[in-house]
Write a protein that binds this ligand. Structure first.
Ligand SMILES: [Zn+2]
Length: 281
């Protein structure tokens, strides 16, 4: 059964995947870590919390999966989940006027961070942060010791299509709809194969591919998965936007490796894309 093609098809409406949050944490951290911040909420929906944080030194910004955390000297931590509409802007002086929907404005003399439209934005204590982190599966960008084994073990217990399991943030944190289709294409696994029927070697390969691709996405700030030689190029940086993906939203177009037409179908309300030849059932 075919679903309407990705109702979130406008680029602006795409849910950011883990690489976006890790990159935001790294780039914002360079500007704000170790600084006392002026914090306000021009929109007003975060005013009490902003008062609590105002004037405190920000110790660190870190991400896990699609969540980002700002830990202040008091151990108060601002937790943000951007969702579909959340958007950051980093500004240099002279700072522009904040927009009326600016939930959080953080400033030093040199830098301004403007956050609008997050799905979640709240202050957590240390225990609550641990609870959020504990609910998330291993994150391939963090790739801590033991994460690969943990991922294989969690996936091996799931009698659901691997295309669904990959979107479950409790099993792997950070993968969204684009990486799901691309990673499964790259390892040659059909999205409807049951996760528990994949052997440990294949699951290990899926983890390793996720580490490589999400880290690359974090470095360049976009998702480019295509091997340059598959489109007659030398380097990934040479690929145009329409050459950057193998499967995602390419239904009806020929596979870049075998020319079979890419297909798509709905899993839990979100389309998944695959090549029937490169990813046999
Ligand atoms: Zn193919």
């Amino acid at each position: 059964m075919l679903a309407p093609v990705d109702s979130n098809s406008q680029k602006k409406m795409r849910m950011p995947e883990g690489h976006v949050l890790h990159r935001a944490a790294r780039l914002q951290g360079k500007r704000f870590n170790g600084h006392a911040l002026s914090v306000s909420s021009p929109q007003g929906r975060f005013s009490d919390e902003a008062k609590q944080l105002d004037g405190q030194t920000l110790e660190t910004i870190f991400a896990k999966g699609k969540h980002i955390f700002y830990r202040f000297e008091s151990d108060d931590t601002m937790h943000v989940h951007l969702g579909l509409f959340g958007k950051y802007r980093l500004n240099k002086p002279p700072f522009p006027e904040p927009s009326p929907n600016c939930r959080v404005l953080m400033e030093t003399d040199e830098n301004q961070l403007h956050l609008a439209g997050p799905n979640q934005c709240r202050i957590l204590d240390a225990g609550e942060v641990d609870d959020v982190l504990a609910r998330l599966g291993p994150d391939p960008i963090i790739n801590a010791s033991g994460d690969r084994e943990e991922f294989i073990s969690r996936m091996h217990k799931k009698k659901v299509p691997v295309g669904r399991a990959l979107m479950d943030q409790n099993l792997m944190a950070g993968v969204g709809n684009v990486y799901r289709s691309e990673l499964l294409f790259q390892i040659g696994v059909h999205p409807w194969r049951k996760a528990n029927e994949l052997d440990p070697e294949t699951l290990g390969e899926l983890w390793d591919q996720s580490v490589a691709e999400l880290k690359a996405g974090e470095r360049v700030g976009k998702i480019v998965t295509v091997e340059p030689s598959d489109v007659g190029a030398q380097k990934r940086s040479e690929l145009t936007k329409t050459e950057s993906l193998y499967a995602y939203k390419r239904h009806g177009d020929p596979c870049r490796r075998c020319e079979t037409l890419i297909r798509h179908a709905d899993i839990d309300g979100r389309n998944a894309w695959w090549c029937p030849t490169c990813q046999p059932k």
